[in-house]
Ligand binder design. Structure first.
Ligand SMILES: NC(=O)c1ccc[n+]([C@@H]2O[C@H](COP(=O)([O-])OP(=O)(O)OC[C@H]3O[C@@H](n4cnc5c(N)ncnc54)[C@H](O)[C@@H]3O)[C@@H](O)[C@H]2O)c1
Length: 482
């Protein structure tokens, strides 16, 4: 990839700045760095860099490529980069076709090192933000990416952090790393280069809301940073909402995800109460409440949270809160309530086995769906993994799963890794298993066949809601028969 020739800038003492990878000219006025970047974006001469090509980064890079930007994607995973070079997408929302078109048009290139990052005018950081085993934020991926970018920092660049994280990561962690490199060149943040935070809202598998029609929020370290970051995002997103600082944008993202965590915890708790009471199905209750046209939004119970966001984000905020002698009891309680769900489901499966003429160690359990939500292949933090691990811990040795999106699965247990392969969902397979547990309600599952041929069904998603027959064998979460 050749350096962008759209970006020119000046530096405080008015001399030329050069580095190995980029041609840089001098402008008359310092504000030209901003205007020039905007011009380069408008003319499509600006090069977009995306660091971390996962569920967030790859669709983002392709969104820019589709809008005729040259896009450089960097991922440390050589395996992922090899897939991309071979024009094979590993993210369902990005088709091989879209990838091929972008590569053939020389609009997208994937690399596994940062040697070319200096050519990028706008750089998005889309790396993971997991928690440590003790549930503290692990921001090492962000700092590693920031350091790699800092090594190639040059005037005119805009860096936008997209990874979900606690307030003050952009200014407290990324900014000092960039500033150290910038100081060596005499560059000033907000004048010669720019930094902003813009959280990601992608909803993998969602066909209605895509990158283009999902509004995004952005907050820059300075006003100029916000302005230029907003302009960069407007090239691929219809509506960009600016806020006064990266901290507001960081907190806003946590609010979005914690809002879901709290509401899901609420219905999970109510589902458990309905199970205790019997005679009231929470599914019917939620559907009835959802007829209210204002002030209510339906959330449904389930086997627990999964994915890379909602199970993790409450911990990012509660960790930060402790620094301010503040206990986020409500938020932490929601995380704990949701984390208990896979254990609750496991107990229900064990009780279902007890209704069958089989000893626990001989029981055969079929788990339907191991992705963390319907119609995706992402198994990160999936409650199905916890359920399988817990069944194993309780001495159940014959566990199979079926998932059209996940051909194989490795689950760590205390006795070593369990390696499983998805089984085909046939009448015979259903009949062979003592208990079938619907953990993820993929649209592709043949629900009528399941109702017909499974012996006992644990339904944690109301996957069988449209199947009126054989209700006597269904133990539905939150219905009083679980
Ligand atoms: N998955 C989602 O639906 C979603 C939605 C909104 C926000 N987010 C947030 O976006 C961020 C990324 O999530 P994701 O789901 O795309 O993660 P992912 O694991 O799918 O992708 C991250 C990629 O970054 C790469 N990587 C790690 N360190 C790197 C480095 N230093 N340099 C270059 N590449 C590096 C990894 O190899 C991986 O391919 C997280 O903070 C997540 O919370 C995710």
């Amino acid at each position: 990839m050749h350096p962008s020739n759209g970006i020119v800038t000046t530096i405080p003492n008015g001399t030329f700045v050069e580095n190995d990878t980029t041609e840089i000219a001098v402008l008359d006025h310092p504000a030209d760095a901003l205007r020039n970047l905007e011009r380069a974006l408008k003319s499509r001469e600006a090069i977009i860099g995306v660091v971390g090509l996962g569920y967030v980064g790859l669709p983002l890079a392709l969104a820019y490529a589709t809008q005729e930007f040259r896009t450089l994607g960097i991922d440390l995973s050589k395996d992922r980069v090899a897939h991309l070079i071979g024009m094979k997408s590993y993210i369902e929302d990005v088709s091989d076709e879209t990838l091929r078109e972008a590569i053939e048009a020389e609009r997208f290139e994937a690399q596994s090192d940062f040697s070319s990052i200096g050519v990028a005018d706008v750089i998005f950081i889309c790396v993971p933000t997991p928690v440590t085993p003790h549930k503290d934020p692990d921001t090492t991926y962000i700092s590693h990416a920031a350091r790699s970018i800092a090594e190639h920092l040059r005037p005119g660049q805009l860096i936008i952090l997209k990874s979900t994280t606690y307030p003050n990561t952009t200014e407290g962690l990324v900014q000092p790393i960039l500033e150290e490199a910038a100081a060596r060149q005499g560059l000033l943040l907000g004048r010669d280069y720019f930094l902003a935070f813009s959280p990601e809202r992608i909803d993998p598998g969602n066909k209605r809301f895509t990158t283009e029609n999902t509004p995004v929020v952005v907050g820059g370290v300075t006003r100029a940073c916000t302005e230029v970051a907003s302009f960069a995002l407007q090239q691929i997103v219809e509506h960009v909402h600016t806020v006064s600082s990266p901290k507001v944008a960081e907190m806003e993202k946590l609010l979005e995800n914690i809002f879901r965590s709290v509401n899901i915890a609420l219905v999970n708790e109510m589902a458990r109460l309905c199970d205790r009471m019997s005679g009231v199905s929470l599914w019917e209750v939620v559907d009835a409440a959802a007829t209210k046209p204002f002030g209510f939004m339906p959330f449904y119970p389930g086997p627990g949270l999964g994915g890379h966001c909602i199970p993790i984000d409450p911990y990012y905020l509660s960790w930060l809160a402790r620094e301010y002698d503040f206990e986020t009891s409500f938020i932490t309680l929601s995380a704990r309530t949701n984390e208990e769900m896979p254990f609750y489901v496991t107990d229900a499966i064990v009780r279902a086995i007890a209704t069958q003429p089989v000893r626990l160690p001989d029981a055969k359990v079929l788990v339907l769906g191991v992705a963390f939500k319907k119609d995706v292949n992402d198994t990160r933090h999936s409650p199905a993994l916890k359920v399988i691990e817990q069944l194993w811990t309780k001495g159940i040795r014959h566990i199979s799963y079926s998932d059209p999106y996940v051909p194989d699965l490795v689950i760590p247990t205390q006795q070593g890794a369990m390696e499983l392969q998805s089984v085909p969902l046939t009448e015979e397979v259903l009949r062979q298993h003592d208990v079938t547990a619907i953990i993820t309600d993929h649209s592709a599952f043949p629900y009528s066949l399941i109702a017909e041929h499974a012996n006992v069904i644990i339904d944690t998603r109301n996957g069988l809601k449209n199947i009126p027959h054989h209700r006597e064998k269904v133990m539905l979460l939150g219905s009083g028969r679980f």
